[in-house]
Design a protein around this ligand. Structure first.
Ligand SMILES: Cc1cc2nc3c(=O)[nH]c(=O)nc-3n(C[C@H](O)[C@H](O)[C@H](O)COP(=O)(O)OP(=O)(O)OC[C@H]3O[C@@H](n4cnc5c(N)ncnc54)[C@H](O)[C@@H]3O)c2cc1C
Length: 331
């Protein structure tokens, strides 16, 4: 047991100040479903936990604006998944949430925490017997010579092939969502697509957040393309499992011709992966099962299979193609 202090923040300023005072070992705690899990495994050993669950200004869901949906970082996964307007107008967002984790977890977990969940790589979570550059930079990557069935085909490096496991971020990337962030030096905004880093030589640095920065809210531009969207998730069992392959897609059609396509894939890469080459395959072309499959192949271009995961190149391409067929039915 590593001793740590527990502080309850009453305002955003309080939270940012308390985390700065705690230094690099301090962590925000929202729903706690990832943080406490990793603390029990001794992967996260914070000296200070700053509980942000009392920041009521961060738990709002506002769909009333003309140009964007706004989700506070503390909005619960279940509340956004079940929101009637999200279900009807942005099914990909709703599905990415209700196909994640379990109802109990979704009732507890927040959107901000969901974006910042860490990889499920067994060598990362397994702790010290296993080399892991993400945990201990320079120690190596046990996954490269180990069981890599669930590891990344896209965005990996010699240092790390751990998959980014979350679902919501994939849908947000497809919808060009942004996040507002509060740090010690003020606020800034970045695209969700810029939040997660590829591992390169420093897989221990997972996001572009600066130390002590707090996610305040997620903003999703309103778009009519949302209605013809889906989040299609393929996994080892029907529920309560992470993606082997997933796709968030949306279509804007002119008759049978695709005007615009949005495609992002999950479970296959080291970060949420926008598949722009796949979008271009479809745009200004007639939509058919064949062109959907071509887009699927384009989404997996550059995939680098390891020892046990080559089957997920085909699975990924089929997942994208199937997702597009579902979205087309909603267009
Ligand atoms: C058994 C199990 C199965 C799961 N299956 C899935 C799945 O299929 N798909 C999926 O997407 N997820 C899945 N998850 C992950 C789950 O969705 C996350 O644990 C949850 O969303 C994290 O949210 P939280 O509020 O509990 O975060 P916390 O555990 O409180 O925080 C997670 C991390 O984010 C940081 N943090 C939290 N909020 C903020 C903020 N506002 N600003 C800055 N930093 C912050 C914390 O410091 C911590 O590092 C699963 C989890 C479990 C335990």
């Amino acid at each position: 047991m590593h001793p740590f202090s527990h502080t309850r923040a009453r305002t955003v300023e309080d939270a940012v100040c308390a985390i700065a005072q705690g230094g690099p070992g301090a962590r925000f705690m929202a729903g706690g479903t990832t943080l406490y899990d990793l603390m029990k495994l001794n992967i996260e050993t914070p000296n200070r936990v700053v509980d942000i669950t009392g920041l009521e200004e961060l738990d709002r869901i506002d769909t009333s604006g003309r140009s964007e949906l706004v989700f506070g970082a503390l909005a619960r996964m279940s509340d956004v998944a079940e929101h009637p307007q999200i279900v009807a107008e942005y099914p990909a967002l709703s599905e990415s949430l209700w196909r994640a984790a379990s109802q109990q977890l979704r009732n507890m977990a927040t959107l901000g925490g969901n974006l910042l969940q860490r990889t499920r790589c067994a060598y990362f979570r397994g702790g010290e017997p296993f080399a892991c550059n993400k945990r201990d930079l320079g120690s190596g990557c046990a996954a490269q010579q180990g069981i890599d069935r669930g590891h990344a085909l896209l965005g990996g490096s010699d240092s790390c092939i751990a998959v980014y496991p979350g679902d919501l971020a994939v849908a947000l990337v497809a919808f060009d969502a942004m996040i507002d962030i509060q740090g010690p030096d003020g606020q800034r905004t970045i695209a969700v697509e810029e939040l997660h880093r590829e591992p390169g030589k420093t897989p221990n640095i997972e996001t572009t957040l600066m130390p002590g920065e707090l996610i305040l809210r997620i903003r999703v531009p309103k778009t009519a393309i949302g209605r013809a969207s889906t989040y299609h998730k393929i996994r080892d069992r029907e529920s309560y499992a992470f993606a082997l392959a997933s796709a968030a897609v949306a279509l804007d059609m002119d008759g049978d011709t695709v005007r615009t396509a949005r495609i992002a894939i999950g479970g296959l890469a080291t970060r949420p992966w926008r598949a722009r080459a796949a979008e271009q395959v479809l745009e200004n072309r007639a939509f058919t099962p064949q062109t959907a499959r071509e887009a699927g192949d384009a989404a997996l271009l550059g995939a680098r299979p390891g020892h046990h995961n080559a089957f997920r190149v085909e699975l990924g391409a089929r997942t994208v193609a199937d997702a597009l067929m579902i979205a087309k039915q909603r267009a």
